[in-house]
Design a protein around this ligand. Structure first.
Ligand code: C2E
Ligand code: MG
Ligand code: MG
Ligand code: MG
Length: 297
């Protein structure tokens, strides 16, 4: 269902303001072609430990390098992939592209720099976003497991991020699949926490290990008393449930200070680093060592 016409999405292109923006429609056929033509890429955004400033890991964020439209963000095509039935292929592609950087079996010299740089940093984690649609796919756990093994990565270093709303769409099916993933040793993270209207009682029964405070709260920390209250409470809730807390959307030093003050474990955001191609990781690590903002030194 949903293949071909009808499974499209229209969204603004460019972001330079109304005069220069245009819209285009993405269909599932475009996506199939993009996968076949290797136009799908992964960018990596770092995550640091709030207290020490140490690198904790990277989140893999999918991008589409369109020959005419340039770099397209996931907001424009992940939904089309979900509705058109190619989300599994997309998830598999993201894993195939990202796992080798973090494992010991990267084949070619092209990426040697990033791999070496990461190895110097030690066993950092890799976070991958999993769509709600995949939560009914009982083969998912085996496919991820096989890919991790092939890349030589311990499952505990892979963090699977699921949005709060996706995990709650079908809590019974989720519990089944999430338990399966957890038993294989993967870590599970609740993404965009605070934006859904979940039943706490059902949510806390799912076997998560991390909670990511949604960036809408984190980005407004400096100007909103309410956001500060939400972030403080969410961190406390997460910790009481035995979860590690990550704040996403950390854009300035003041926000990071507040997060340290309330005991948030990890931070991710433009202050620390933007999503970047793997080839830029060594440069980012070098700049970070020379003591840029946002890092303890
Ligand atoms: P997410 O998982 O919550 O990822 C965080 C998003 O916030 C990313 O947007 C990231 O670029 C952006 N971000 C990070 N730090 C900052 C900051 O300091 N300020 C601001 N304004 N934004 C920040 P992106 O890459 O456009 O991804 C959007 C969403 O698309 C992701 O949200 C995730 O839900 C989804 N997504 C990304 N990659 C994949 C994928 O491989 N598979 C699936 N199923 N979904 C994906
Ligand atoms: Mg995420
Ligand atoms: Mg998120
Ligand atoms: Mg988000």
């Amino acid at each position: 269902p949903g293949a071909g016409a009808g499974a499209g999405a229209t969204f603004p292109l460019g972001g330079f303001g109304a005069e220069l923006s245009a819209t285009f429609v993405v269909t599932v056929d475009d996506l199939r072609r993009a996968l076949a033509d290797h136009e799908i890429e992964v960018h990596y955004q770092p995550k640091i430990d709030c207290a020490s400033g140490r690198l904790a890991g990277f989140e893999a964020l999918v991008r589409w390098r369109h020959p005419l439209r340039g770099l397209v963000s996931p907001g424009g095509f992940v939904r089309v992939a979900e509705e058109g039935g190619v989300i599994d292929a997309l998830t598999d592609r993201v894993l195939d592209l990202s796992l080798p950087w973090f494992g010991r079996s990267f084949p070619g010299p092209a990426g040697a720099g990033a791999v070496q740089a990461l190895q110097v940093e030690g066993a950092v984690s890799l976070s991958v976003n999993i769509s709600a649609r995949s939560l009914r796919d009982m083969q998912l756990a085996d496919r991820i497991d096989a890919r991790c093994a092939a890349a030589g990565i311990a499952p505990s270093r892979l963090i699977l991020e699921l949005t709060e709303t996706s995990a709650m769409e079908d809590p019974v099916a989720s519990l089944d699949l999430l338990t399966r993933l957890r038993m294989k040793g993967f870590q599970l993270s609740i993404d965009d926490f605070g934006t859904g209207f979940s039943s706490m009682l059902q949510l806390v029964r799912l076997p998560f290990s991390e909670m990511k405070v949604d960036r809408s709260f984190v980005m407004t920390l400096n100007r909103s008393q309410e956001s500060r209250a939400v972030v403080r409470s969410v961190v406390e809730l997460g910790h009481s449930l035995g979860l590690r807390c990550t704040a996403e959307g950390v854009e300035d030093e003041r926000a990071l200070d507040y997060l340290r003050q309330v005991g948030c474990d990890l931070a991710q955001g433009y202050l620390i680093g933007r999503p970047m191609p793997a080839a830029e990781i060594p440069g980012w690590l070098a700049r970070r060592r020379s003591g840029r903002r946002g890092f303890a030194h």
